[in-house]
Design a protein around this ligand. Sequence first.
Ligand code: ATP
Ligand code: MG
Length: 523
Amino acid sequence: AEVLELSEAVAKAGMPEAVEREVRKELARYERMPEAAGEAAMLRTWLDWMIELPWKLPETSPIDLTAARAILDADHFGLEKIKARIVEFLAVRKLSPEGQAPILCFVGPPGTGKTSLGQSIARAMGRSFVRVSLGGLHDEAEIRGHRRTYIGALPGNVIQAIKRAGARNCVMMLDEIDKLGRGFQGDPSAALLEVLDPEQNATFHDNYLGTEFDLSKVVFLTTANQLDTIPGPLRDRMEVIALPGYTAEEKLEIASRYLVPRQVRTNGISEGQVSLSDAAIARIIERYTREAGVRSLEREIGAVLRHAAVKIAEGATPPVAIDLDHLDGILGPAKFDNEVAMRTGMPGVATGLAWTPVGGEILFVEASRAPGKGRLTLTGQLGAVMRESAEAALSLLKSRAAGLGLDPGLFETTDIHIHVPAGATPKDGPSAGVAIFVALASLLLDRRVRSDTAMTGEISLRGLVLPVGGIKEKVIAAAGAGLHRVLLPARNRRDYDEIPQTARNRLDFVWLETTDAALREAL
Ligand code: ATP
Ligand code: MG
């Protein structure tokens, strides 16, 4: 009876003929096996997998572009260019469903909406959505599965995801493609290339299934925090869509339109029972979070609303209003209280801007001095390039000493220590040159750096300011940290167009040709 049931299920599964023949052969073998045999259990598991895989292609209706646009708007604030690109992507798929659509790769810091855009795309296409995490994966078999003769063998995670999705035309998001490892057991990126290759993926071979499975109808999307660690051949296959992060104003909109309503629902309150003022949200953004995305923001909002939920449960009369002065009591003292002003309160500290895979960041360059013999010490996990730019900054300052009114003998009798705190994060690159130079000048001239100003730029030994990368992310970070001015290399002017309007509104931009100009503007 069991075999009969299985046989009927096989007939209904809609497998390709060759696969069905193979499965029936195995089913016949299964029938003859003694039930107690270990192999019987293994074979049964395999038969179940084969039967349950969604071999049949579900019906799809053509994509409705107007509805798709509405779904993207309903799920996400802003991101206009990205939404427009996604609508284009959908339009191309609509016009030629069999054609080779590009694979979109969403690149950006955590919590900027990569996953949630993928979910929207699936919704807009009327397809199911699954995620596969590639982070830390280093064995090809994790993608392709182990042969079923291994104890405990399973299909690879692509086939597992197909089963979870319940449809072989699902939208499959391959997360953290930049964190794909590489081990002794074959190169997972080679297997992944095959998965993503429209020429090959119709006949994708999973070791556990032992047969081919057609992945050609899957809509693949990928996500990454950074581009440079994605293996080249994979990167060439994909079209990159960058999500650089949000300004404080954008976060406020996202919070009041999406995060607060969602957290209200999640915490079992209703809209009318609590009110969280815009000022309070803005304070949470500025003083309790420091991130390019909105993930911690949502967590902090959740904490505030749970506090309100408790009040209501204890009998407070709704609506419970939460405003600025309640935050300390609920969330504790601000985590990022006036950090810039505090740090730059003394000579020798300059606020720099760094690019990291998780977005822009402000960092402080601290210089201090002690009587000595002209030694330079560098600490704070600085990479070789950054060390060199510190040496260049010091040489430059020496050569400018007279013009700045510094006693040239000073350098022989003073030891200088440059430290770039915040952490365990290794820092490298030439872009802190200006900040290091300014910090050194500030120290030796005994004049504070303006606390409203952050800076980035490489310096040359002749006192020129050279262009650097990551301007958009850095500027967003400066605006987010509450600064009012940024000093940027003049030759980065071309990046201005990329900077979001809200960040432009908040900041004054000063374009530097020379390090002399940097000192004039910073001190
Ligand atoms: P990670 O790299 O950590 O996976 P992610 O980019 O995938 O991050 P998501 O999970 O998509 O981040 O986003 C985090 C949360 O922020 C989600 O709940 C998402 O809905 C919300 N969010 C992000 N951007 C927006 C936006 N523009 N409008 C509305 N909500 C947003
Ligand atoms: Mg994600």
